[in-house]
Design a binder for this molecule. Structure first.
Ligand code: FAD
Ligand code: DLZ
Ligand code: SF4
Length: 516
């Protein structure tokens, strides 16, 4: 009796359901580096190195814990380069009598897993991934029959369920569920910004860096310097550092953007949580403990906890609720190909050049850069949601389809027709100017509305509203914007249309092959 336990690259948790209740000497854990996963989109080099290194370190941790691990490296002889091929091969190699696996986090992978029983002739137990706060059946039950599926109400249920920031008599700590009105400040000049902990690559990571440089050299992004956390111990150090140095100002400055400050007061813990090195609950509990010790205020801690037990859980629920149709959503019928500068950063628009530049360097940009610069531009310009979604999936170290797709297709591109977001997240240059220091160093003038020197976001913004008036003007949250648009006289409207058209015609389209 040998149970084969495949563990996938984002399942790096010792508490994984497939490991629980199994005798170590009756099981073989299978981990596999496969070309299929590294290239279904051509991930950022740093992201591939992160995942391979974290996988190799996790295999060592499992061995130290008494498990037998069969680790198939990318270059191993006979590697079929697919999950399915490797599970079939390992089942034979180990004369397995059963397979036990946690459901893949992505639809594509779960579909493969469903075929394993027929292909191996073995019983295959696909277990629910219980590393989330809200199970998928519980999310379905929450969503069922609701007219509107807004995150805020889901989040309150998660607060009640977890007891995080709740008083003994079931009320939200501080008397409110949400403290965002205290947030969204621009940092004054000269602040001493915290920086995430960086880790010197060990021999395992250095091997992986060589492998990635050799085999994935043409993929997007900078491989080195590489200092990301790749073990649970390093992930815990990153968490501690965030709590001690950045959490106290997380709330206040969470929407700010400063050139050269890639992380500001954000945690960059998404990579650890999504890989399984940290659990979402332990991260929230650490933040709440800092609040209880008086080291961070409620606006920061509540805002942080909301991102994790609110947005993160909600996005996963929405992904599974709507797949596979989600991937095809295009409510605004946007068809423009992705501009080349998303890959090169070569644009005179400072906000985009900075955001793409740091994405290339770090495989990271924070939420507002993703939503209000990179996503906002794509939405205003009418970029095909699939093309921009593939871009987001390639470039970020925390990007897996289950969380990337609802954020991009739903929240950022409004391509689900307004299920996730109640209105499109669009803005003119004024918002970016208010929240960042980008505009001061831009060749465009954020105050000019039209013409060759005007900030392109300005004309694109009005052009977007004009283009979608039929679809969006009835939205109560868009009423003021349309009232303003309608007050413009025809010459002004024509100038906006013309400026937007001239700008869009001049955009260079990305060559094929960057993403797929
Ligand atoms: P912090 O600002 O420190 O936030 C704390 C944690 O909250 C994050 O680590 C993350 O786990 C969670 N979180 C915050 N916002 C969200 C959200 N909207 N959805 C899910 N979790 C959230 N997040 C990903 O993990 N992977 C993605 O591929 C991804 N793609 C995105 C694409 C777009 C267009 C947008 C607008 C957002 C995307 N996000 C994604 C959500 C969010 O931007 C990132 O989770 C966050 O920037 C990660 O950085 P951080 O750890 O410093 O976050
Ligand atoms: C993203 C990724 C990459 C680049 N490579 C691998 C790999 O070689 N082996 C592996 O197990 N996982 C990899 N991953 C992560 C998987 O795509 C991830 O586990 C799926 O999203 C699971 O649904
Ligand atoms: Fe971006 Fe416009 Fe500001 Fe330039 S002026 S940085 S294009 S918002």
């Amino acid at each position: 009796m040998k149970i084969l336990i495949p563990i996938l690259g984002d399942q790096l948790s010792m508490s994984l359901a497939s490991l629980r209740g199994v005798e170590r000497d009756a099981a073989v854990v299978l981990m596999m580096e496969v070309w299929d996963e590294a290239t279904y989109v051509r991930h950022h080099k740093k992201k591939i190195a992160l995942i391979f290194s974290a996988m190799r370190h996790f295999a060592e941790a499992l061995r130290a814990d008494g498990w037998t691990v069969d680790y198939v490296e990318l270059q191993a002889e006979g590697n079929t380069q697919s999950f399915t091929g490797e599970v079939q091969r390992a089942a034979q190699r180990h004369r397995a009598t059963a397979v036990r696996v946690v459901a893949g986090s992505e639809y594509r992978v779960l579909e493969q897993q469903k075929g394993w029983a027929a292909l191996t002739g073995l019983p295959v137990d696909i277990l629910e991934d219980d590393r989330f706060v809200c199970s998928l059946p519980a999310f379905q039950a929450w969503a069922k029959g609701r007219r509107e599926l807004r995150m805020e109400y889901f989040y309150r249920d998660m607060r009640l369920q977890t007891g995080l920031l709740m008083t003994a008599d079931g009320k939200p700590v501080g008397g409110q569920w949400n403290f965002d009105h205290d947030n969204r400040k621009t940092p004054p000049r000269g602040l001493n910004y915290p920086a995430p902990e960086r880790f010197e690559p060990d021999a395992t990571t250095r091997d992986v860096l060589t492998l990635v440089a050799d085999r994935f050299g043409s993929h997007f992004g900078d491989l080195e310097p590489f200092g990301l956390p790749v073990t649970r111990k390093q992930a815990l150090t990153s968490l501690e550092r965030f709590i001690a140095t950045a959490l106290p100002d997380f709330g206040r400055y969470q929407d700010a953007m400063i050139a050269g400050q890639d992380y500001l007061y954000h945690s960059s813990l998404s990579l650890c949580i999504n890989l399984g090195l940290l659990s979402p609950l332990e991260v929230c509990q650490a933040a709440v403990a800092a609040f209880e010790r008086g080291e961070a205020e409620i606006n920061s801690v509540e805002g942080f906890v909301r991102q994790i037990i609110g947005w993160r859980e909600y996005m996963r629920g929405m992904y599974w609720r709507d797949m596979p149709a989600f991937a095809e959503r295009n409510a605004l019928e946007a068809t423009r190909p992705l501009p080349e500068f998303y890959w090169t950063g070569d644009t005179e628009m400072r906000c985009l050049a900075e955001s793409v530049g740091q994405t290339k360097r770090e495989a990271y940009a924070h939420h507002i850069q993703r939503l209000m610069v990179l996503g906002n531009f794509a939405l205003l310009a009418g970029i095909d949601p699939k093309a921009i979604s593939d871009w987001f999936l390639v470039v970020y170290f925390d990007a897996y389809e289950w969380v990337e797709m609802p954020n991009v297709i739903g929240m950022s591109q409004f391509a689900d027709g307004g299920v996730i977001a109640s209105k499109p997240y669009v803005s003119s240059g004024a918002y970016i100017d208010r929240m960042s220091d980008y505009c001061g160093r831009c060749r465009y003038d954020v105050k000019q509305k039209t013409g060759p020197d005007a900030c392109p976001f300005n004309a694109l913004y009005w052009n977007f509203l004009d283009r979608h008036e039929g679809r969006l003007s009835a939205n109560p949250r868009m009423k003021n914007m349309y009232a303003t648009w309608r007050r413009f006289d025809n010459d002004i409207k024509a100038a906006y249309r013309q400026s937007a058209a001239t700008f869009l015609e001049g955009i260079e389209v990305a060559a094929e092959g960057w993403a797929k």
